[in-house]
Design a protein around this ligand. Structure first.
Ligand code: IPE
Ligand code: IPE
Ligand code: MG
Length: 252
């Protein structure tokens, strides 16, 4: 994700829609607590919401959809909850991969693989390999992902090249660093949505969000649906993107 300016799509109603939507899927635990259910049930219903949103993304002309599914900091949760979340990821890939593939979805995974269980790594790898030639929608799954960690890893690669005499420090600019992020070929998100009413990035795509429009919605992730996505896109359409310049909209 290296371009500050992603081209926008033609939305279904003729307006310019976001090409790349990224979502911080938050509020599963509170959704469950409000109903007297275990947190795991909130996470399970969160997977249903994800299926709806992938489908809606197709229908709304979104080309890239990034979802924050497990953060580098989520390891601080109780082991049972981590186990539930990993179990859901396993089941999601096993149950939904064939459908995603049939629907032309290319799965990409960003985040740190080291330290993950071997079977999870194998499933992530399988999902990426099977779908790698699909072109209808890129589903970028941020799993064991932290933006600071991603930027630090890129800095480490650049530093190594300098230490080995293969790079001039003067060549290190924003583009050079971008190229060493986890998915450099994906354009930056136009729109970042966070559900549950929290208004922070929580270490999600901080580099790539430089010129993203941020939309915070008060509903918890398990209740998110196509109408809510359309609402966030309508809010995006009302924003004036300037990229530091004076020209309204994308200025392309
Ligand atoms: C989002 O819901 C899922 C993950 C972070 C993995 P939460 O589990 O954060 O739900 P709340 O924020 O406690 O309600
Ligand atoms: C961000 O949500 C991570 C994911 C949605 C996967 P959190 O619930 O972990 O974020 P904080 O702790 O409220 O900032
Ligand atoms: Mg949360």
């Amino acid at each position: 994700m290296s371009n500050a300016r992603a081209p926008a799509t033609d939305g279904p109603d003729g307006t310019e829609g976001p090409l790349h939507v990224a979502i911080i899927m938050d509020g599963n635990g509170r959704w469950a607590a409000a109903r007297g259910l275990p947190r795991a049930e909130g996470h399970r219903r969160g997977v249903d919401a994800l299926r709806r949103v992938v489908q809606a993304s197709h229908e709304l002309g979104i080309r890239y959809l990034t979802i924050f599914s497990f953060s580098a900091e989520n390891w601080s949760r109780p082991a049972t909850e981590i186990g539930d979340l990993f179990g859901l990821l396993r089941r999601f890939i096993r149950n939904d991969l064939a459908t995603l593939h049939r629907d032309g979805v290319r799965v990409r995974v960003i985040g740190e693989r080291q330290g993950l269980e071997v079977d999870i790594c194998a499933l992530l790898e399988e999902a990426e390999q099977l779908t790698r030639h699909n072109t209808r929608l890129d589903l970028i799954v941020a799993f064991n992902y932290g933006s600071r960690q991603e930027i630090a890893a890129a800095a480490q690669r650049l530093a190594r090249e300098v230490a080995e005499g293969r790079r001039d420090p003067a060549s290190i600019d924003a583009d050079a660093l971008s190229r060493y992020l986890d998915a450099p070929e994906i354009p930056d998100p136009d729109l970042i949505i966070r559900t549950s009413g929290e208004q922070r990035l929580s270490n999600f795509l901080m580099w790539q969000a430089a010129y993203s429009e941020l939309v915070f919605v008060p509903i918890h992730w398990p209740d998110f649906d196509k109408a809510a996505l359309e609402g966030a896109i309508a809010e995006f359409a009302r924003r004036e993107r300037r990229f530091g310049g004076l020209i309204a909209k994308t200025g392309s």
